[in-house]
Design a protein around this ligand. Sequence first.
Ligand SMILES: [Zn+2]
Length: 42
Amino acid sequence: MIENVIEFFKNLPAKKCTECGEKITEQHECYGTKCDKCSELK
Ligand SMILES: [Zn+2]
């Protein structure tokens, strides 16, 4: 079961920040399409 979940996330394309193009480390779904740095900028 757990392995299936890992495979599922491995197969997801890496999200990139729409602002700077950095890879987004997904920790919270609410981060959306921006990285930590750009999410803090307003
Ligand atoms: Zn960014």
